[in-house]
Write a protein that binds this ligand. Structure first.
Ligand code: HPA
Ligand code: ZN
Length: 319
């Protein structure tokens, strides 16, 4: 039995498996530049974050209707439940859909159809986190937040994703101030490919409560000490790091050193359809490659609930 866990770093668009991509393409009359699911899978060899993002955005063309987003989320929730996930805080990228003429309402209403019935259907509680694309402008992010206003009862917080280097957190200062004023929780990707300074900025300027990835904090002993002292959760994604070549091999992953340093680490799947594994596949992979003890694995699972946006009572029920 997989350990009960919460998943805190999961892009719903990154759960689009090749089979569902082809099914939705046929349903919507969208032509994919791949002949078969195998040919598509062949394209899953990434050099870095950008080479992945190119395919990730390209395949989104098949997501057009509320039902598509509902089917996507249901497929993820079924897989997550089978991997011991009891609670999922799910990222979505509205700008990538709005740019294709698919409105905020279609995305949020479609996802909500699956999420609203997730506890009943899958035994998984959920929250939704709206992510801004950091390689788009701050004005675009503000307009996106504005477009989300009718749906804020469904959205617990905001995040920041897409191409990191050259797009420091400070670019989104005003957007995050506005989000905070709206009562939204705040997280951001930082220190995946970007330098440790981006992590510090995310904390000091954006006021984030969790750091997504945060891997490169290990280059700054002062930052590690701060993150450990303040118990700032990091949402690590080991299989993603290998596929995007942030680490050479899983055996080189700094997770054991991060735990030794007292960091509040969690293990997550990021974009599981692209990176070769869902939540428990990541747990199994680090256990095997890094020789983590059962006690360490239980600590990681416990951390996932501690670092979640569940309140204490909900946490106990889920974990
Ligand atoms: N990093 C940044 N942006 C992303 C990712 C990621 O791993 N996945 C989807 N968007
Ligand atoms: Zn991510």
């Amino acid at each position: 039995m997989p350990l009960p866990k919460a998943e805190l770093h999961l892009h719903i668009e990154g759960t689009l498996e090749p089979e569902l991509a082809f099914e939705l393409a046929a349903r919507n009359g969208v032509e994919l530049p791949y002949a078969t699911t195998d040919a598509l899978r062949e394209a899953y060899r990434f050099e870095d974050l950008q080479s992945f993002l190119n395919l990730y955005y390209e395949l989104m063309a098949v997501l057009r209707t509320e039902r598509d987003f509902e089917d996507l989320a249901n497929a993820y929730l079924a897989r997550a439940a089978a991997q011991g996930v009891r609670h999922a805080e799910i990222f979505f990228d509205p700008q990538a859909h709005i740019a294709r003429g698919v409105g905020m309402g279609t995305v949020v209403e479609g996802l909500s159809r699956a999420l609203d019935r997730s506890e009943e259907n899958h035994g998984v509680s959920t929250h939704l986190i709206l992510c801004f694309l950091r390689d788009e402008s701050a004005e675009s992010a503000l307009a996106t937040l504005d477009a989300a206003k009718p749906y804020l009862d469904r959205i617990i917080g905001v995040g920041l994703d897409s191409a990191e280097v050259g797009h420091p957190p400070v670019k989104f200062r005003e957007v995050y101030e506005t989000a905070a004023a709206l009562g939204l929780r705040r997280v951001a990707h930082a220190g995946e490919e970007g330098p440790p300074e981006y992590i510090t900025e995310a904390l000091d300027i954006l006021g984030v409560e969790r750091v997504d990835h945060g891997l490169r904090c290990m280059e700054s002993p002062d930052l590690v000490a701060r993150l450990a002292r303040d118990r700032v959760p990091l949402t690590l994604c080991p299989l993603s790091n290998v596929r995007l070549r942030t680490v050479d091999t899983l055996a080189d992953h700094p997770l054991p050193a991060m735990l030794e340093a007292g960091l509040l680490c969690t293990v997550n799947s990021d974009d599981p359809a692209y990176f070769g594994g869902y939540a428990d596949d990541n747990f199994t992979a680090v256990r095997e490659a890094l020789g983590l003890s059962e006690e360490r694995l239980r600590e990681l699972a416990r951390n996932s609930f501690l670092a979640s946006f569940l309140d204490d009572d909900e946490e106990k029920r889920a974990g």
